[in-house]
Design a protein around this ligand. Structure first.
Ligand code: DAH
Length: 347
């Protein structure tokens, strides 16, 4: 009777040892593993059942069954630990597989931007004028009639106002400046001669075709001092076009008219493509029109309280897009503002 009891307990223990690994193997997540552990090793688990039965054993059998029970308990615990470790390792491995990336693959290069062709020309021009002592000044794009017209000797009803299709704001209170000549007035109002400035910036005219856009850029130039002559104008502008288009570039002046300069001129340069022989770029003339310029009209000096008998000056106005078109061989002005990356990338 006592032997049967002892054998039955030992068999039960053996069953636990066999069934536990199989049960663990069925569990497919951590919670299930823990369930299995509780079923076998928990306070009300199957091992505890066996231990309770031991009370009914004779004293001589207890050490043997006790030792067997202990051994099975340790076995179950180490099996559980091993299963948990295996499960965690598999989990890490799964993550590694899922998040796998190849560190030897080449990186994706970032596309580097570069300066817009008009900005490039502006930088070149600024650099050339700065080397001649010109200081860069700026003024507002929203202007009033005084700075855009009146102080530049363009009174109301002057026909020159019709040449520039002005965008007006709030009735006629304000306007978008039609040229950077406005900055001449602002700088002269705030400063006594001598002065030597350029003023780059956007200007606006109600105009749109292959060679006109409603917004474009100019560089205004102004040098005022005692004894400035047309020869200074010629010297400065010759260096400028030679700096941009090559040292052998020639210049010539054609008489012109601007209300704020007297005399006024258009400056042409010898064609850099055919060196003056005549080609499609210069339309067979050998010359290319570059900018407008002249000696500051004494009337303008009166508006800014400069003494016209003491001071002379010259001024010029350069269309930046036009220069960029010449320099880069571009035939449609509007391309500059469409910002098609395939176009811009070429410069
Ligand atoms: N303001 C003129 C224009 O927009 C350009 C110009 C011509 C500016 C002659 C000048 C100048 O300073 O002297 O057409």
């Amino acid at each position: 009777m006592a032997d049967r009891m002892k054998d039955s307990l030992l068999q039960n223990l053996e069953r636990l040892r066999k069934e536990f690994p199989a049960a663990l193997a069925q569990a497919d997540d951590e919670a299930k593993l823990l369930e299995v552990k509780t079923e076998f090793l928990g306070k009300k688990g199957r091992l505890t059942e066996v231990l309770k039965e031991m009370g009914r054993l004779g004293a001589e059998d207890r050490p043997l069954v006790g030792a067997a029970a202990n051994e099975v308990k340790q076995f179950l615990e180490s099996e559980y630990d091993a299963a948990l470790r295996k499960f965690k390792a598999a989990q890490i491995e799964r993550h590694l597989q899922a998040d796998k990336f190849d560190v030897t693959l080449p990186g994706r290069p970032e596309a580097l931007g570069h300066l817009h062709p008009v900005t490039q020309i502006l930088d070149l021009a600024k650099d050339l004028f700065e080397r001649l002592g010109f200081v860069t000044r700026t003024g507002p794009e929203i202007e009033d009639d005084f700075h855009n017209f009146e102080a530049l000797n363009i009174p109301v009803h002057h026909p020159a106002r019709d040449l520039q299709d002005t965008f007006y704001l709030q009735g006629r209170k304000w306007l978008l400046r039609t040229h950077t000549s406005t900055v001449q007035i602002r700088v002269m109002k705030g400063q006594r001669p001598p002065l030597r400035m350029i003023a780059p910036g956007a200007v606006y005219r109600s105009d749109s075709d292959v060679t006109h856009t409603p917004m474009f850029h100019q560089i205004e130039g102004l040098w005022v001092d005692e004894g400035i002559t047309f020869a200074d104008l010629k010297g400065v502008l010759s260096l400028f076009v030679q700096g941009l288009f090559g040292a052998s570039t020639q210049v010539r002046f054609r008489p012109s008219f601007f209300p704020f300069t007297e005399p006024s001129a258009e400056l042409d340069m010898s064609c850099f493509k055919c060196a003056g022989k005549g080609c499609n770029l210069c339309k067979g003339t050998g010359w290319i029109e570059v900018l407008g310029c002249g000696m500051v009209d004494p009337e303008v000096f009166k508006f800014v309280d400069y003494d016209p008998d003491k001071y002379q000056g010259f001024a010029f106005g350069i269309g930046l897009e036009r220069l960029a078109m010449l320099k880069f061989g571009i035939n449609d002005l509007r391309l500059f503002f469409e910002n098609d990356i395939r176009f811009l990338r070429q410069f």
